[in-house]
Write a protein that binds this ligand. Structure first.
Ligand SMILES: O=C[C@H](O)COP(=O)(O)O
Length: 243
């Protein structure tokens, strides 16, 4: 049985005080959320401890936006898996296109981070996706295959979420057609040894397109950036309607 995982990736937004404000507005909406939907917030590192305390006893899980592959060491600016698990973090985003684009993340380092996340009991969310240029050249399928082949070496597919995020759809308002996202996610699934891995769509998911996206049979959730920053908008996404 594939799980529905709906995650908000706050990227580099929200101070600790702002994150607490968000929570006060957001939590009441979860009374309407069907039990089987897993709800996840991935805030900046500085918000994790405070949110972890405030989320105690709630159904919202916490995710980090990155994790280093070593358990500890002289790696200025990085964060380790035990530091995250100690404060109640359960998920971690790995290989987001912004990490690949701005911080030199490669499929090889993505694989190292995935391995370490799993070794310490975190569930990684592996992000894959193509640029506009790669899509225009017809390279989408081969590029994603390569990202999966290299990223998933020796990875346990029983403790994994994948997010398909076409880079041209991130933060642009230019959502990938739901049917096309469904097609690519179906292709991703066909390359996995475990067909029950939850596969999310990410890229300009909004309250006005969530119902159509979640109506697609291959799509098991969403990874939401901008629209997860405001309580009411993320609540509408989490409480999507079955159409
Ligand atoms: O991780 C989330 C994605 O990058 C999507 O961001 P967005 O919803 O602002 O397009």
């Amino acid at each position: 049985m594939r799980k529905i995982v709906i995650a908000g990736n706050w990227k580099m937004y929200k101070t600790q005080a702002e994150s607490e404000d968000f929570l006060r507005g957001f939590l009441p909406y979860l009374q309407e959320t069907p039990e089987e939907r897993e709800v996840l917030l991935c805030p900046p590192f500085t918000d994790l401890s405070g949110l972890s305390r405030n989320l105690h006893g709630s159904r919202v899980q916490l995710g980090a936006q990155n994790v280093h592959w070593e358990e500890y060491g002289a790696y200025t600016g990085e964060i380790s898996a035990p530091m995250l698990t100690e404060i109640g973090v359960r998920f971690v985003i790995v290989g987001h296109s912004e990490r690949r684009q701005y911080f030199g993340e490669t499929d090889a380092t993505v694989n190292l981070r995935l391995r370490t996340a799993q070794r310490f009991g975190l569930t990684p969310i592996l992000c894959v996706g193509e640029t506009k240029e790669q899509r225009d050249k017809g390279e989408t399928e081969s590029l994603i295959s390569l990202q999966l082949d290299k990223g998933l070496v020796d990875i346990d597919q029983n403790n994994l979420v994948i997010a398909y995020e076409p880079i041209w759809a991130i933060g642009t308002g230019d959502t990938c057609e739901a049917v096309e996202a469904n097609r690519i996610i179906g292709l991703i699934r066909s390359e996995l040894s475990n067909p029950n891995v939850s596969i999310q769509y990410g890229g300009s998911v909004k309250p006005n397109n969530i119902d159509e996206i979640m109506a697609q049979p291959e799509i098991d959730g969403v990874l939401v950036g901008g629209a997860s920053l405001e309580a009411e908008s993320f609540a509408r996404i989490v409480n999507y309607k079955l159409v």
